[in-house]
Structures are given as structure tokens and as C-alpha cells.
Design a protein around this ligand. Structure first.
Ligand SMILES: *Cc1c(COP(=O)(O)O)cnc(C)c1O
Length: 392
């Protein structure tokens, strides 16, 4: 087989002339920071995902932090979250002085396991922070039922889940805080950026916290007829989105339906090709959800293969296919290990799956040829490295 000549990136952003024109237009308006474009982006985003209200921020991480502060979570409080996530989800819990309580994942979706959440609740628990891993919605009804019964807040890390739907309800349509990411590798991007959706009351509070704790926005203050008056009601942060980012975001939002359609097509092509192999476990998609397909996480079944995940990745790299691993479980990172005394095997499902998982290229800019190249590289790697085929 002929390997492809050029390297296929894992997740490059898809930026077209529309985005370039939109940013240039914003530059020409003379209004660069939070202003009319940001307001429009918030309005359109909220409408699209049936959110009660939305607040655009400079990252998902900033939004998670803001939500925790708005809910009054701090020292002495516990927040239950998944051990299989990006560090930002857990770092923000440390930022507010609360204690992250890690819980293991379900073996099929790799999402937070509601039964284990229930067992982790203590009198100090204040919130549950699930992550929609890879874009597959977490079992929100199970989590919400638990939260209501024990009077806990729910904060959704929806960094992977723009466009995902749970039992007919778009992710972001609930009243509790939900955070989206527009980082460069995510399903839609503003370079860096994020969106918080929640009920109106939480959004107005978060708006103040996210901008110096000021009771009025700069845009209103400097408009003609706007007042110079403002009051600092809390020592807030500097987390606002700029109009440059929002003009990018509006274009990406308008193209999202096409982006998602292509992601789904690619994921289905992969699954059709890979489910034939005993050595591979393809991602699950439960019947009551729409998957956002942010990531295509393939798992190796080590029995049939005489190589491990790292060598599988090396083989794909040699065939010019970019990959990644999502995620190194939180309890393996040195800060968290040292602070909480975790052992490798503390979260068995996450740990065992981490060792055999890799994420394949998945982005709407991929051509059919790119998709075929990935499939061929994976199939070839398996055939070359099957147990017993080594000596041949
Ligand atoms: C990307 C990501 C974040 C952070 O998003 P930023 O916008 O970069 O702050 C948080 N959680 C998860 C699960 C992510 O993948």
C-alpha cells in the first residue's frame, strides 16, 4: 500500500473567506472588544440551542470558573466530576478552593457514571460537574434526579457537545450552567472562546463576575448617552469575549449544521470499516441522543494485537495520520496525585480505557480520500501487527 504523502492533521480549524471577511469588517467598525457582535452571537447561540440566556466569554475554562463563583462554591465544598476529562474541568474547582471528588466512568460512553456519583455524595457535596465526553451526552436525567433529590447544583462541561441533543433536548437548553468551548480544535471556533448558557438570573450574575465585578458593561458606558457610572460589587475577572472573536463565532455558527453533518458522515464511515475487526472497539452511540462527534475514540482490544496503543499511534504517524489521546486521566497528573494521594488503579475503567484508546482525525474539512487514508492506515496497522503475524 502507498502511504499518503502529506501529514493529515488531527483537528485543524475550518476557516473560510466568510470568516476572514467578517473579522476584517469588525476591524473596520472600530469596535474591537465586547460590543454588538458579541451581543448578536449570544442571542443567536441561545436561540439555536433553546437556551434561556447566554454569555460569551474568552474560554470555556473561564466560563466554568465563573459558574462555580456565581453558584457560591468555595472552601469546604466538594464538587463531583469525572476523572476522564481535560485538566481545565478540575483545575477550576481548585481555583475556587473547593475539593474535586473524582468518579469513574461508564465503560461504554466513557461518561460520568451516575451510580458512582450517588455513592460519592457527602454532606459537603455542592455540585455535580459532568462532561459530555467526545460529544456523547451524559445521562442527564439520572444526574438531574440525583441533584434534585440531594439539592445539588449541576454544571455541564459541554466543551465537546455543541449541537448534541439528549432525549430531544439540545445540550445548553437547561436552566443550569452549561459551558461550551470555541478553542481552535473544537467543533466550532473563535480562536479562543467559550459560551455559558443558563437561566437569566445566573447569566446576569455571571456577566458581572466575568467583567471586573462591574455592574455595567463598558459598551453601555461609552455609548452616547450612556452613563460613566459603574460600581464594583465583587472582585471579578476579565473573561469577556471580543467582537473580533464573536464575528468569527457567528460565521462558524451559521456553518455548524454542515460541519456536524460531515462529522457524522466521517464517524459512520470509520465505524462501518472498523467494526469488522475483533481487535477494535468502535464508539457507542445510545439511541436517545444526537452525538456531536467532537472526537472519534477508537479502543484497541489488546488480546488480538501484540502491540500497545503507543506503538499503534507510532504506526499511524509513520503513515502520515495525526492522532491524539483523550484524556490522560486526572488522577495520573502529578499535582493531583500528590495532593490527593491517588493510585493508578483508583479509577479502573478510566485507567484501563486510557491505556487502549486513541482519537482519530475528525474534522469537517476532511475529504473522502482523507477518510479512506485513515481507514487504510488503521486496517494496515492491524494486519501488520496481529498476534502471530509478526514473524511473517
Ligand atoms: C477544551 C476543553 C475545555 C477547555 O476549553 P477552553 O475553551 O480551551 O477553555 C474544557 N473541558 C474539556 C472537556 C475540553 O475538552
Amino acid at each position: 500500500m502507498q502511504a499518503r504523502k502529506t501529514f493529515l492533521s488531527f483537528a485543524p480549524p475550518l476557516i473560510g473567506q466568510e470568516e476572514i471577511d467578517a473579522v476584517v469588517d469588525t476591524l473596520r467598525t472600530g469596535w474591537l472588544t465586547t460590543g454588538p457582535k458579541t451581543q448578536q452571537f449570544e442571542r443567536e447561540f441561545a436561540k439555536r440551542f433553546q437556551a434561556p440566556a447566554a454569555l460569551a466569554l474568552n474560554s470555556c475554562t473561564a466560563g466554568l470558573h465563573t459558574a462555580l463563583v456565581a453558584l457560591g462554591i468555595g472552601k469546604g465544598d466538594e464538587v463531583i466530576t469525572t476523572c476522564l476529562t481535560f485538566a481545565a474541568t478540575v483545575n477550576v474547582i481548585e481555583h475556587v478552593g473547593a475539593t474535586p471528588v473524582l468518579v469513574d466512568v461508564e465503560p461504554d460512553t466513557l461518561n460520568l457514571d451516575p451510580d458512582l456519583v450517588e455513592r460519592a455524595i457527602t454532606p459537603r457535596t455542592k455540585a455535580i460537574l459532568p462532561v459530555h465526553f467526545a460529544g456523547h451526552p451524559v445521562d442527564l436525567d439520572a444526574i438531574s434526579t440525583l441533584a434534585q433529590r440531594r439539592r445539588l447544583a449541576v454544571i455541564e462541561d459541554a466543551a465537546h457537545a455543541v449541537g448534541a441533543v439528549y432525549r430531544g433536548r439540545p445540550i445548553g437548553s437547561g436552566n443550569h450552567p452549561t459551558l461550551f468551548s470555541f478553542y481552535a480544535t473544537k467543533n466550532m471556533t473563535t480562536g479562543e472562546g467559550g459560551m455559558l448558557t443558563a437561566d437569566e438570573e445566573l447569566i446576569s450574575q455571571a456577566r458581572i463576575i466575568s467583567l471586573h465585578g462591574m455592574s455595567r458593561e463598558a459598551w453601555n458606558r461609552y455609548q452616547r448617552g450612556g452613563s460613566w457610572q459603574y460600581d464594583v460589587v465583587t472582585p471579578g475577572f476579565k473573561y469577556n469575549m471580543t467582537d473580533l472573536q464573536a464575528s468569527l463565532g457567528l460565521c462558524q455558527l451559521h456553518r455548524l449544521t454542515d460541519f456536524q453533518r460531515r462529522r457524522k458522515e466521517i464517524a459512520h464511515s470509520y465505524t462501518r470499516a472498523f467494526r469488522e475487526f475483533d481487535e477494535l472497539e468502535v464508539p457507542t452511540c445510545r439511541p436517545d441522543v444526537v452525538h456531536a462527534w467532537h472526537l472519534y475514540v477508537l479502543r484497541l482490544r489488546s488480546k488480538g494485537l501484540n502491540i500497545d496503543r503507543d506503538r499503534f499511534i507510532d504506526s499511524l504517524t509513520n503513515k502520515n495520520i495525526g492522532t491524539s489521546v483523550h484524556f490522560i486521566p486526572i488522577h495520573l497528573h502529578s499535582y493531583y496525585r500528590a495532593k490527593y494521594g491517588y493510585r493508578e488503579t483508583d479509577y479502573r475503567t478510566a485507567y484501563q480505557n486510557f491505556q487502549r484508546m486513541l482519537s482519530l482525525p475528525l474534522h469537517p474539512g476532511m475529504t473522502d480520500q482523507d477518510v479512506d487514508d485513515v481507514i487504510e492506515a488503521v486496517c494496515d496497522t492491524i494486519r501488520q501487527l496481529r498476534t502471530g503475524a509478526r514473524a511473517a
